[in-house]
Design a protein around this ligand. Structure first.
Ligand SMILES: CC(C)(COP(=O)(O)OP(=O)(O)OC[C@H]1O[C@@H](n2cnc3c(N)ncnc32)[C@H](O)[C@@H]1OP(=O)(O)O)[C@@H](O)C(=O)NCCC(=O)NCCS
Length: 184
């Protein structure tokens, strides 16, 4: 969906613009998915699993921009992409259409500046405007930084998925399920 750009001041004094991702961001977002997948093990993909062509990514970004139930937000610092986050409905069936799902990743050099907090606050406002009743997410049990961010933003633990992930080194990792109820 389209939404208004918002500018925030970061902890180091720079500004960050939060705006909708646009089809013209396709190449930059493919590069971002590939690089961030190598910077942290807490994204779902390994770098070699980012297989979109620029044309496919353009199409995906265009359809998200035109979908009133999906939000794809980018954070821009000094004209460069710092990170991306999204909220989308989990399905259209009446019993589940109150639920949305959140994902967020920043380039490592932008961690700890307050971008994650600002993105989640803005996403929450937009998700409420859309009419979602809650935001759900899954976070790797070892990812204490992200869990601290989510708790600070009002998410509560709602369950645990045992051995949800198997890393290339053969280790298994649980996922924590978290939910934030929205004002209705
Ligand atoms: C998780 C992530 C999005 C956080 O974004 P961020 O912009 O760094 O977060 P913020 O700067 O807004 O910090 C939010 C909170 O995280 C916590 N935090 C920050 N640094 C931390 C650290 N080193 N250890 C533990 N918690 C920490 C603090 O509670 C902080 O709040 P505070 O600034 O009021 O103290 C970012 O680190 C990231 O992209 N990580 C890799 C991908 C990832 O894990 N995504 C989530 C998958 S579920």
């Amino acid at each position: 969906m389209q939404f208004e750009a918002r500018t925030i001041i970061l902890k180091d004094g720079r500004t960050c613009t939060l705006r909708p991702a646009h089809p013209d961001d396709a190449a930059v977002l493919i590069e971002y998915m590939t690089r961030t997948a190598g910077e942290t093990e807490f994204t779902l993909r390994y770098p070699d699993e980012v297989n979109y062509t620029e044309e496919q990514e353009r199409e995906i970004l265009g359809s998200i921009l035109n979908d009133p139930g999906q939000i794809m937000m980018v954070g821009i610092v000094d004209g460069k992409l710092a990170g991306n986050c999204s909220v989308s409905g989990i399905g259209n069936k009446r019993k589940i259409r109150h639920r949305s799902s959140l994902a967020i990743t920043l380039y490592r050099e932008y961690w700890g500046l307050g971008i994650g907090t600002a993105m989640i606050h803005y996403l929450t406002e937009l998700a409420e405007k859309i009419g979602y009743g809650q935001i759900d997410l899954e976070v790797v049990a070892d990812n204490t930084r992200a869990q601290a961010l989510y708790r600070k933003c009002g998410f509560e633990e709602s369950g645990r998925r045992t051995r949800a992930l198997k890393f290339d080194d053969g280790t298994y990792h649980d996922e924590i399920l978290m939910t934030k109820l929205l004002a209705k």
